[in-house]
Each structure stands twice: as structure tokens, then as C-alpha cells.
Design a binder for this molecule. Structure first.
Ligand SMILES: Cc1cc2nc3c(=O)[nH]c(=O)nc-3n(C[C@H](O)[C@H](O)[C@H](O)COP(=O)(O)OP(=O)(O)OC[C@H]3O[C@@H](n4cnc5c(N)ncnc54)[C@H](O)[C@@H]3O)c2cc1C
Length: 432
């Protein structure tokens, strides 16, 4: 049996694999497995940190079900096969004159994996990637097809866009795209106080605003990405600067520093202060998807909490107090992002403008005490954990923070009563 390991190395399983090439093959594979009483789990690019994609049954790899089925430049509606990777999608969309409205900060995930866990980027006017979905074709637990959209099976549509892989296998995704656009990126160091003093102006006044706070310092890196008028000349990052900032410093030197500070954590505050001092401003204009996405080669573990936007400063202050009090040394910045409210049942931004705080730890270091402490803080603010990133909450706790949690569970009971798509993670977060 092939061994499968996720990107961060938190999950490793020996698992039989099926790789259907068409929707009808996919239906047959699911129906046959269900008949045998075997559980089934589609997997995307394996970039979730949680065991959400693990299975003790059959793993479905959908690499052969990739690519654009249909793209209408006039309406912006694009239907893609489930296994399509975001980077391939983005480049093809650009060639036909379209772009995604918003993206996260990497582009190696599959479209289905990304939406199923509520993957998001930043920008108060925009929702996560799932909010760009207009229709889904699912294969249900008995192998039968089901189409859902705002008009057809609207309940399933409200749930399955961030469906945690619990309701059915996504076969195709129809996305609302928009005319291709470029972004002007402005990256600059700042002080944490400055950023927090002007947080509302920054979040409201930029299309996509985020910042990275360097723990044990009062310094941050800010990123402001704003749409430019059509026809604006592109000014991508020069090749040398790209290599220096995005490859050498962001990945290779950073990995070296992490290896050293894993052995000597006491050096972390000085390393963070130095990294923050070395930051220099950078401005460029590029295709939107190239601005959104970066390359991440340093392995890490991550937890991310969604909280009401207004409480971001308090949550950050509590994390800072915890770090000072506990003596915990953290070499990775805390990433802070924002998103519009949406109406998807298990979206982390359901019903409220959201601030996201993501904490990271190098993969060779222990992460649990830090993550649990941050989770305890976020819990008090109605925090909701990212479904694909590490957390310690269970169904009882999650029911408290999602108004439509019980509707989701009831729909799961209806669509998958035998738990063909079940696994341990889903039992923990949704109940048996
Ligand atoms: C370096 C790194 C950077 C990241 N950056 C961001 C970010 O900026 N923003 C953010 O929100 N998240 C981010 N993430 C988290 C990541 O986007 C999510 O975990 C996402 O789910 C990964 O997509 P994937 O294709 O790897 O899915 P997988 O991890 O392979 O699968 C995730 C879930 O989707 C289900 N699934 C996959 N395909 C289907 C299908 N066809 N039908 C039904 N269910 C399916 C799987 O069963 C599983 O439950 C990042 C992760 C990493 C490692």
C-alpha cells in the first residue's frame, strides 16, 4: 500500500488509492466502496495540517480530474474539475482574460481542497475562496450525482461550499471570476503600535491588507495590495530581488535560522529583532494571482483562529502577554488577515466581519503548548479554528460558535448516514 504524508508531516498513513479519470468513474468507485462497507476520502494537495483528509478506507486522488471544463469570459463563470490546482487554474484564467477575486498566500492547493476547509486570503470587501463558488456537482455516498447552487438544492449549496469533505465528493466547481486584473503591492516594515492605531483605515482603505507581527519585538511587516486600472503597466519584482527576498531570505536563510534556534531557542528574540530590522520596503505591480501567492519551502505547523474583526488588537495583546509570561520562544511571525462576512454554514467568516490570526511553529519544534494557549485566548472571543489547520476543539465546542452547526450535522445525516466519508477528524469536529 502506498504511504501518504501531508505537507507538514503531521499525518502519515498507508492507504489504498483510486484515481478515477472521469465523473462516471468517480461515481462507480464511490458506489463500489460504499457497497463493500469501505470508507472513502478524496484528497487534494495534502496541504491541510489537520487529519481532515486522512482515511482508514480508500483514498481518492483526483489529479486525473483536473482542468477547465468551461469558461465564459462574458459572465465570468468558469467550471473546473475537482482536482484542478490553483496555480494551473490562475494561469489559464489569465490567458482567457479572467482572474479569481481573492486568493490565499499559496497556490498549490486544489480548488476542492481549498474550498472544503474554508481557505481564504485577506481583504474586508472579499470573502474566502468558497464565496466565489456558484455551483457544485457532487457525488454522494451511494455514487449518485447531485447538482447544487443558490437555486437548486440551496441547503446543500449553503453547506457544501465549506463541506469539510463530509457531504460528498466534489466533481466540478463553478466559480464566479472577474475580468483579469493586476495588483499594486506595497510591502513595508512598521511598528505594531502604528499599525494597530490605524488598523481600521488600513483594513477599510486597502483592497487587501495584512500584517505579520514578529513575536518578542514590536515590529511588523505590512502588505497592502490594491487593484490598479486596466492597462496599467506591470512592474514585477526583479529576478534578483525575487530570489533574494522570496527564496533566499524567506525560505533558505529562514530555514537555517530555524535550525539554529531549534537548538538554541534563547536566540529567537534577537533573531526576530534582526529579521524585523532587515526588512526593507518593496513595491511592484503584477498579475493578481502572482501577487497573492508566495512559495513556502520551510516546513512548519500552523493554527489559525477567526475572530470578530474588532477584537484583533485585544487578541494580539493577549498573545503577547502570554509569550512574555510563559517564556515561550516563537521564531515565526503571527499573520493577521481580514475578510467580509458570508453566509456559508461552516465558513469561519459566517455572519461576521472577520479578523484571522495565524500562529506558526517550525516543524522540528514542539507547537502544542503555544497553540493551546492561543486557542484558549481566541475561545474567549468567539474564535473559530480554520478547518485545515491544527486545533483542539470538538463538536460540542464548535456548535457554540456556528449558528447553523446543527443544520450541517442534520444534512450530513441525510446525505451520508453510513459515514462513507467519515474519518476520526470529522467524528471529533462534527460528532459521530
Ligand atoms: C504552506 C501553506 C500555506 C497555506 N496558506 C493558506 C492561506 O493563505 N489561507 C488559508 O485559508 N489556508 C491556507 N493553508 C491551508 C490550506 O489552504 C488548506 O488546508 C487546504 O484545504 C489545502 O488544500 P488541499 O488541496 O491541499 O486539500 P487537502 O488538505 O488535500 O484536503 C482538505 C480537505 O478537502 C477535502 N477534499 C479534497 N478534495 C475534495 C473533493 N473533490 N471533494 C470533497 N472534498 C474534498 C479532503 O477530503 C479534506 O477533507 C495553507 C497551508 C499550507 C501548508
Amino acid at each position: 500500500m502506498p504511504r501518504w504524508t501531508n505537507w507538514s508531516g503531521t499525518v502519515s498513513i498507508d492507504v489504498p488509492v483510486a484515481a478515477p479519470a472521469t465523473v462516471s468513474e468517480l461515481s462507480r468507485v464511490v458506489a463500489d466502496a460504499a457497497e463493500r462497507g469501505q470508507r472513502v476520502k478524496p484528497i487534494g494537495a495534502g496541504h491541510s495540517f489537520t487529519s481532515i483528509g486522512a482515511t482508514d478506507g480508500l483514498q481518492l486522488r483526483l489529479d486525473r480530474m483536473a482542468g477547465i471544463v468551461q469558461a465564459d469570459r462574458n459572465t465570468g463563470l468558469v467550471t473546473v474539475l475537482a482536482g484542478t490546482k490553483l496555480h494551473a487554474l490562475n494561469e489559464t484564467l489569465w490567458d482567457v482574460g479572467l482572474s479569481m477575486t481573492n486568493l490565499g498566500d499559496i497556490d498549490v492547493q486544489t480548488i476542492s481542497g481549498a474550498i472544503s476547509t474554508g481557505t481564504h486570503g485577506t481583504g474586508l470587501k472579499f470573502g474566502g475562496i468558497a464565496t466565489q463558488v456558484r455551483a457544485l456537482d457532487l457525488v454522494l455516498a451511494d455514487g449518485s450525482p447531485l447538482h447544487c447552487s443558490a437555486d437548486e438544492n440551496p441547503e446543500v449549496f449553503a453547506a457544501a461550499r465549506v463541506g469539510l469533505g463530509a457531504l460528498g465528493v466534489i466533481a466540478t466547481v463553478t466559480l464566479q471570476c472577474e475580468p483579469a486584473y493586476a495588483l499594486a503591492a506595497a510591502e513595508a516594515p512598521a511598528s505594531l503600535d502604528e499599525v494597530l492605531d490605524e488598523l481600521d483605515e488600513n483594513v477599510v482603505g486597502n483592497d487587501h491588507f495584512e500584517f505579520y507581527w514578529f513575536p518578542h519585538t514590536r515590529r511588523v511587516l505590512t502588505k497592502r495590495n490594491n487593484r490598479v486600472l486596466p492597462g496599467t503597466e506591470l512592474r514585477p519584482v526583479g529576478r534578483f530581488r525575487h530570489w533574494l527576498d522570496d527564496d533566499l531570505l524567506a525560505n533558505r536563510v529562514f530555514d537555517r535560522v530555524n535550525r539554529i534556534t531549534t537548538r538554541r531557542p534563547g536566540l529567537i528574540p534577537r533573531a526576530n529583532a534582526l529579521a524585523a530590522r532587515l526588512l526593507s520596503p518593496r513595491d511592484f505591480v503584477d498579475r493578481s494571482h502572482r501577487v497573492f501567492a508566495s512559495v513556502r519551502t520551510v516546513r512548519f505547523r500552523e493554527m489559525e483562529y477567526a475572530v470578530p474583526r474588532a477584537v484583533v488588537p485585544q487578541v494580539l495583546a493577549e498573545i503577547e502577554t502570554y509569550l512574555a509570561r510563559s517564556g515561550e520562544q516563537v521564531g515565526f511571525p503571527v499573520e493577521v488577515r481580514f475578510a467580509a462576512a458570508d453566509d456559508i454554514w461552516l465558513s469561519t467568516a459566517n455572519g461576521r466581519e472577520t479578523g484571522y490570526l495565524a500562529v506558526h511553529q517550525y516543524h522540528r519544534r514542539e507547537h502544542e503548548s503555544y497553540f493551546r494557549a492561543v486557542e484558549d485566548i481566541a475561545k474567549d472571543y468567539g474564535g473559530r479554528p480554520h478547518w485545515g489547520k491544527l486545533h483542539y476543539r470538538d463538536a460540542a465546542a464548535l456548535r457554540e460558535v456556528y449558528p447553523q452547526f446543527d443544520e450541517f450535522v442534520a444534512l450530513r445525516d441525510k446525505l451520508d448516514p453510513q459515514r462513507v466519508f467519515g474519518n476520526e477528524y470529522l467524528t471529533r469536529v462534527l460528532g459521530g
